[in-house]
Design a protein around this ligand. Structure first.
Ligand code: NIG
Ligand code: FE
Length: 407
């Protein structure tokens, strides 16, 4: 499949801004990117897709308007598969009850575990696929999806099978992660960690049901010691690792992530300059989850200081029914502009190029030769307009590997 795309007013690669741009795509990858006027001879005969949209307003009645284009948005941290909802908990928290106290009392994550156990694989698939469609409409072309609401081995495998089916059927690219979330009720901690490391991780590695293992290392979840054991088991089975780090309490998880060469350390609400130095040194991505920070009323991570310290800062939705019922990567970027003091251009890099690094990929979240041709056509001449319009995201269409995935 060969195609040239034109009609682009403004393009963010995301590191570079090009005006009146064009690109050529072959077999799902970008093979040329540049100014429309300098399209090389060899691509001139290829089939063309004009991305420009119908003009609105009196300035060009009936004419066509060139549009903005940005890379496909990468969401490198989601809990997209779950049963039930946590609206009741959300209302309680809004009245001042703490997330930690609700979890300690057997609610929170445990209530989603119960609701997820009641749902069939088919139901979980349908619910998650419907959520993924909403993400696609927002321009999300790749997403990581974690297990973690099963806890028991068979229930975790059930979630991972649902995630595998999402990957087989959705237009988006799906990255499956096994998550050690909390110790199930009625289990002794030591027994659970032993089962997780000696049975579940080997089984998941054998069956290829996950690419990575993540641990919720925090107060009320796993200790630093337990986390290390789980991550080392994952590494020894050839799986990649990630961490939920420094969300509720400061545990040292970020430094552990850096030490073990994790793809990313996520959350970071309680992280310190020492943690950022460790991330910068190891190259481990620091992923900010604006939904969870703001919704749980935690300190917003200092994205500006992290970026300036040399951390590869990413942004993700952390979509889940408890701490972050967030469906919009754009809102996450907007919150990071205002509360984390990134520039709009940096926020876009954080949700594209850097987010892809958090999945171990250098060929996603970029419009450059060799990268997968995933991109978002913005319903505006200005490519960054979705960052400007809060709650009214102007998206025209979304392409994955050069094919229109959403009109
Ligand atoms: O990333 N922090 C732990 N895990 C999720 C929340 C899960 C939940 O509350 O259901 C998170 O915030
Ligand atoms: Fe999470």
């Amino acid at each position: 499949m060969k195609q040239v795309f034109t009609g682009i007013a403004e393009l963010y690669t995301p590191r570079q801004r090009l005006e009146r741009a064009a690109f050529a795509v072959q077999d799902g990858r970008f093979v040329w990117v540049g100014a429309e006027g300098s399209l090389p001879e060899e691509y001139r005969g290829w089939p063309r897709t004009d991305l420009s949209g119908r003009s609105e307003g009196p300035s060009a009645p009936g004419g066509r308007r060139y549009l903005g284009v940005v890379p496909g948005i990468v969401d490198a941290h989601t809990h997209l598969v779950y049963g039930g909802d946590r609206l009741g908990e959300y209302l309680k928290r809004a009245r001042g009850e703490s997330y930690e106290a609700i979890l300690a009392a057997g609610g929170g994550i445990y209530s989603t575990v119960r609701a997820t156990a009641l749902a069939s694989e088919e139901e979980l698939y349908e619910l998650a696929a419907a959520r993924a469609a909403l993400f696609l409409a927002q321009g999300v072309t790749s997403l990581e999806v974690k297990s973690g609401y099963g806890l028991l081995p068979e229930a975790e495998l059930k979630m991972l099978r649902v995630i595998r089916r999402l990957g087989e059927t959705l237009p988006q690219r799906v990255f499956p992660t096994l998550l050690a979330h909390v110790v199930p009720k009625g289990w002794e901690r030591e027994k659970y960690v032993a089962m997780f490391t000696a049975e579940l991780i080997p089984e998941v590695a054998r069956s290829g049901l996950a690419e990575a293992v993540d641990v919720f290392c925090d107060q009320g979840a796993f200790t630093l010691e337990e986390t290390r054991r789980i991550l080392e088991a994952a590494l020894s089975h050839g799986l990649k690792i990630k961490l939920h780090a420094e969300q509720i309490a400061h545990t040292g998880a970020t430094k552990l992530a850096a030490e073990l060469g994790a793809l990313s350390a996520d959350h970071l609400e309680q992280s310190t300059p020492g943690d950022w130095q460790a991330l910068a040194k190891s190259g481990t991505v620091g992923t900010i989850l604006p939904g969870a920070a703001v919704i749980l009323r935690k300190p917003f991570p200092d994205a500006r200081a992290m970026w300036d310290a040399g951390v590869r800062v990413a942004i993700a939705t952390d979509h889940n029914p408890g701490s972050s019922p967030l469906y919009s990567p754009w809102l996450g970027m907007q919150l990071t502009l205002s509360l984390g003091r990134l520039s709009a251009e940096e926020a876009l890099i954080a949700h594209t190029e850097h987010a892809a690094l958090a999945l171990g990929r250098t060929d996603l979240g970029r419009i450059e030769v060799g990268a997968m041709a995933d991109f978002v056509v913005v319903d505006s001449t200005y490519a960054l307009e979705p960052l400007y319009r809060w709650g009214n995201t102007p998206i025209d269409s979304v392409y994955i590997e050069g094919e229109k995935a959403k009109d």
